[in-house]
Write a protein that binds this ligand. Sequence first.
Ligand SMILES: *Cc1c(COP(=O)(O)O)cnc(C)c1O
Length: 472
Amino acid sequence: MPLKNLYARLPSVDRLLNHPLLEKVLDRHGNAALAAAVRQTLDEARQHIRSNNSLPRWAEDEHQLASLASQRVSTRQQVRIRPVFNLSGTVLHTNLGRAPMAEAAVEAVSRAMREAVTLEYDLDGAGRGHRDSAISELLQELTGAEAACVVNNNAAAVLILLSTVAAGREVVVSRGELVEIGGAFRMPDVMRQAGCKLVEVGATNRTHLRDYRQAINAETGLLMKVHTSNYHIEGFTHSVSEAELAELAHQHGLPAATDLGSGALIDLSAYGLPAEPMPQQMIAQGVDLVSFSGDKLLGGPQAGLIIGKKSWIDKIQQHPLKRALRCDKMTLAALEATLRLYLQPDRLVRQLPTLRRLVRAQPDMQQQALRLLPLLSHFAGNNFDTAEQACLSQIGSGSLPVDRLPGWAITFSPRDGRGSTLEALANRLRSLPAPVIGRLYDGKLWLDLRCLEDESAFLANLRQADPAGNPG
Ligand SMILES: *Cc1c(COP(=O)(O)O)cnc(C)c1O
């Protein structure tokens, strides 16, 4: 058939727009979005005709074309950043947005989003109208530091710290601490970006105070420690404590800084968790500047916190990079609300979701597994052996991968032993209205229950996929 006749078999944009199937779509999404989708659908049909010299099967009747246009509009309108059930076994999962926020933080952010706020506005005229003042005062109280500064994340904190304190000068760091975090953040690269000259001292496994001392010269601007959060050197090792390093720095009229990575404002070992260095300890040991993340163990929004000597913090606040790296009102509102929870440490474990999930007791998760097993077994169907069993969760986000938390999981083993069968189940779970993210390991799919708090929402979500699904 001549091409011209094939094109003529396609309806016009107007005709397709008025198809009864698209009436509701028009109501919901408006004329502009629908018309664009109709045009794109017809364009695709024309392209097919041009390349194949035939009318595509899906363009043969108008009902089908209308239905394709309708799908196109809804796909385009679908929100891409949406809630999931994180059953991956990693509590602070960077790809899943790290720390879930406390209710108090959620409320503070919604209020700040809707209305004007006192971001840099001083109600009592006491001259504290700086955007970091509220956070700074809280951090002073919680850590004993003289002042604090808040930026976009901890990578930004390290960058502005180095740029302010030691641009054009030498920064002395132990060879054993030149960390890479999640690929894009490498200490040597950040140093270069900040205009500092990195001076590596010691050996990978052992660095002594004398190594730092011998590296100090007229060009030295800073002695620095970096917490080796995501790896651990064992065996014949030695490193210099922050207290020793700060003392050496001060003897030479230099500042000392430490990048703690996660940092924990409470003693995690008191909760039976792996100990993590605390910013307040570093301040007490005389370190001039300490940086850490807002959305790692602190359990707040993405942010980088720098605490320390007021004279240095004031300089950081005045650095031109601060304007580029500063936080917006939503982040600051969430961070303030989160830090306020730390003023009531005895309630923290209930109010801070990150901590609450990290400390969940194994029997509690096992009980939950037993409750969920029938429905999940039904969901998976006959091709799988579904079981509940002990597992090990990870803290995540640069915490030590070797520190594991005993938990409980539901596991699925494919009866045909095939990876593709397992992949298909993982896909079905990810395709639920609220995607369920598990972990493939050891030939099984694991749903680690540590982060499953809203059990009824989880059940309702599963039932939506499988209306017949009825446990027991
Ligand atoms: C995680 C981490 C960073 C980066 O922190 P972000 O908040 O992710 O930017 C920097 N240094 C160390 C030691 C870390 O563990």
